[in-house]
Ligand binder design. Structure first.
Ligand code: FAD
Length: 435
């Protein structure tokens, strides 16, 4: 979404002491999370308005070839999507449908592949919004600039979290003379022709982008915390090396990795993820600290403002669209009173307990919303809140297989998936996908 909004909105909401279970609800954002949230809210009988600042539904799936130049001075256009031209999904389409609206078995933009490109997902989301009746409730080019209590009973925040780059400050970065780019602004590999490129981060984007850049670059050096057992040249590529984390940029401008190797490079490409950012929210006691949005009960409700303020889609490392749907259903029911929430004191205590458990397990604060390794537990817990069955075994295995494939750095999985599925359907093996 790049269009400049015609209207800006100050959303006003307040708990209505009405006996009616029908709430007026504002949803912020018409990406995948916002549109499925709207469907679930409508199904539960609420009156829904979705505010979307761009000129279309689908959020981050609307590829824009322009880089995001907001902040680059006057006239810079803001591009919120982080899609790159070649992007294909990293989950099979079977895992990207909504209940009653499958992505598998249908073709939306002519791309029937198991792992389709971004255009297909965008068309799927547009069709979903249309066929579910959500489209009629969406106000396009309407940016929410502030949420204040009063007019709506409730606000559901679905503004996405893959737009504002998270860039680690490297030691000695002042010595760096080359280029720097975040994956948010990566579109195509051509600018990296014949370069020596450092890719920082080995998540889904890091793997995809490193592989694509390696086709034109002279060398690609990937820095990651999760490479100890496979440092060195990557067998299946001519010009890709795995390193541990970047230790520093030396005085001479070369990049030094923790394992001791040193590389003189042209570009640093940060594939280091994104920051949660809610510029329109200024709620008492609600903060984003080291990428932890909190306090939030089960990643959704701030105890003080539940159920009237909620967040759909914060967690990562799970079957994303299914997560959106389960969280949305829970919110819809909490608003109608069909799902009971604990008291705000009890929710706050539960959040505190969760934080302590994380700390005891050595999980860094910035990974608060990463569901690994307990993603199934969380999904099943949500399902139980709304009277649904746990995540099907088959979907679970399929997701874990997809994670292993991403991590393997071998791109052939996307095209080989179907053949493999026919020969030996997915089995669970536990391996180090926990990053
Ligand atoms: P978004 O899609 O970002 O939508 C948020 C919407 O809110 C936008 O339309 C934005 O314009 C709007 N908005 C923001 N602020 C305001 C405001 N103040 N007022 C009004 N509107 C506002 N997931 C998968 O399941 N499979 C994949 O293969 C996959 N690949 C990915 C690849 C990349 C490169 C990225 C970045 C993400 C990928 N994801 C994938 C995750 C993806 O983020 C989710 O699938 C999902 O699309 C996110 O939906 P969302 O609605 O939370 O956010």
């Amino acid at each position: 979404g790049t269009a400049k909004s015609d209207v800006t909105w100050h959303l006003l909401f307040a708990p209505m002491p009405s006996a009616s279970r029908r709430r007026t609800v504002a949803v912020v954002g018409a990406g995948a999370a916002g549109i499925v949230a709207a469907r679930e809210l409508l199904r539960e009988g609420h009156a829904v308005t979705v505010f979307e600042r761009s000129d279309r539904v689908g959020g981050t799936w609307a590829y824009d070839p322009r880089p995001d130049l907001a902040g680059a001075g006057a006239g810079g256009v803001h591009v919120s999507s982080s899609m790159y031209a070649s992007l294909r999904t990293n989950l099979p389409r079977e895992l990207m449908g909504f209940s009653g609206f499958d992505m598998a078995g249908r073709v939306f933009a002519g791309d029937a592949r198991t792992f389709p490109g971004h255009r297909e997902v965008l068309a799927f989301l547009a069709a979903f919004a249309e066929e579910s009746g959500v489209s009629g409730h969406v106000r396009l080019r309407a940016e929410v600039v502030r949420v204040v209590e009063e007019v709506f009973d409730a606000v559901v925040v679905c503004n996405g979290h893959c737009t504002v780059p998270l860039v680690p400050k490297l030691r000695g970065i002042g010595n760096w003379k080359g280029k720097q780019m975040h994956s948010h602004n990566y579109r195509t590999p051509e600018p990296f022709q014949d370069q020596i490129v450092i890719v920082i981060g080995l998540g889904a984007s890091g793997v995809d982008i490193a592989r694509e850049v390696s086709k034109v670059a002279k060398e690609v050096h990937i820095a990651s915390r999760y490479t100890e057992d496979r440092l060195g040249k990557v067998d299946m590529y001519q010009n890709v090396w795995l390193h541990s984390e970047v230790d520093c940029i030396q005085d001479d401008g070369q990049v030094r990795f923790s394992e001791g190797s040193v590389v003189a490079a042209d570009t640093i490409l940060y594939c280091t993820g994104y920051r949660y950012h809610f510029p329109f929210l200024d709620m008492e006691g609600l903060t984003v600290d080291d990428n932890r949005v909190g306090p939030l009960y089960k990643h959704v409700f701030p105890p003080k403002h539940a159920p009237n303020l909620s967040f759909v889609g914060l967690p990562v490392k799970t079957i994303i669209f299914q997560l959106f749907e389960l969280e949305s259903r829970w919110v819809a029911r909490a608003l109608s009173g069909r799902a009971k929430l604990p008291s705000s004191v009890a929710m706050a205590a539960a959040v505190e307990e969760d934080y302590q458990r994380m700390e005891a397990a050595g999980k860094p604060k910035r990974h608060t919303h990463s569901l690994m390794p307990d993603w199934v537990e969380y999904m099943d817990w949500l399902a139980a809140q709304v009277g649904e069955a746990p995540v099907e075994e088959r979907r679970r295995e399929m997701y874990e297989k997809a994670l292993r494939c991403i991590w393997s750095m071998d791109d052939s999985y996307r095209d080989n998936w179907e053949k493999e599925e026919e020969q030996s359907p997915t089995r669970i093996e536990t391996s180090s996908t926990n990053h």
